[in-house]
Design a protein around this ligand. Structure first.
Ligand code: NAD
Length: 286
């Protein structure tokens, strides 16, 4: 069997098209342009590329975008003051602080992210949004797992009653993915670095989500024939070579559907950020 390749660009295009239409509808109904602010501290080259891509995506969809670049030696107080200003700005409906923060601010990361108004928290990291997601209330949900779910929906991969196995329990991917799959009525198993007999568990998965951060960690013998394999991992193994957490070449011979890296889940993350900005604007305008 050779798996169906789930190309991120096709799904991302659909999500962005929907977001563009919603942005137009908001302008028409409320006379307001949805706005996203991205705050970047320091000059990490990878972060600068991500931020540029986010800005371009906003422009293409008719979303107002502000990029605020702060120097590497910005103090916690100055960053909090910047967030306060964005919290009260009427032009801004979504706020994202680009991670990682410089080392000097790293220990204050939770305090900084918690300062964002939960209604503008388009990364979905604020404890209020985490709690709302867990309890099944309307919430802003982290973009990467939200994108995975949207892709499963658009690809018509059944989640109801499926056994979904997630490798990884981070706050950014694994845990929100668990809650989103539960909401879709999947039976969910979360594996992590202390899990025993990992391959035995993953072989029972109808949907296997890899969010480990280890190159080609998931091998063909860990996958049930016909399973949908969602590879969230992004691992740079050479200056110009990215690979996922899944051994794509071998696993595509076993799986029923698989996301490539690059060109898979990564493209959905920005699309979902656009969608979250629209959702945030609607929450604030309603
Ligand atoms: P993380 O380091 O916070 O978490 C990794 C998880 O993997 C942990 O929960 C850990 O318990 C588990 N793990 C580690 N070794 C393991 C092992 N041997 N067996 C089983 N589990 C093990 O990482 P993260 O932030 O969740 O990111 C995971 C990957 O996804 C990374 O490659 C990251 O770059 C990528 N990522 C991609 C996007 C995207 O837009 N596509 C977004 C976020 C993260």
């Amino acid at each position: 069997m050779t798996a169906r390749i789930l190309a991120g660009k096709d799904f991302a295009a659909q999500i962005k098209e929907e977001a563009k239409k919603q942005a137009e509808a908001i302008k028409e109904q409320y006379g307001v342009t949805p706005g996203l602010a991205v705050v970047i501290v320091g000059s990490d080259p990878a972060s600068q590329v991500y931020v540029r891509n986010k800005h371009k995506a906003c422009e293409a969809l008719g979303i107002y975008s502000e990029v605020i670049v702060l120097p590497e030696d910005t103090t916690k107080e100055a960053l909090l003051a910047q967030i306060d200003a964005l919290n009260s700005s009427r032009k801004i409906h979504g706020i994202l602080v680009q991670l990682p923060l410089p080392a000097a601010l790293g220990s204050a990361e939770a305090e900084i992210l918690d300062r964002i108004d939960p209604k503008k928290d388009v990364d979905g990291f604020h404890p209020v949004n985490v709690g709302r997601l867990v309890t099944g209330q309307p919430a802003l949900v982290p973009c990467t797992p939200a994108g995975c779910i949207r892709m499963l929906e658009l690809a018509a991969i059944p989640m109801d009653g499926a056994h979904a196995v997630i490798i990884g329990r981070s706050n950014i991917v694994g845990k929100p993915m668990m809650n989103l799959l539960l909401q879709k009525n999947a039976t969910v198993t979360v594996c992590h670095s202390h899990t025993k007999n990992l391959a035995e568990i993953t072989r029972t998965a109808d949907i296997l989500v890899a969010a480990v951060g280890r190159p080609r960690f998931v091998t063909a013998d860990m996958v049930k024939p016909g399973a949908a394999v969602i590879d969230v991992g992004i691992n740079r193994i050479a200056p110009k070579q990215l690979v996922g957490d899944v051994d794509f070449t071998a696993v595509q011979e076993v799986a029923g559907a698989i996301t490539p890296v690059p060109g898979g889940v990564g493209l959905l993350t920005i699309a979902m950020l656009m969608q979250n900005t629209i959702t945030a604007a609607l929450m604030q305008l309603a």
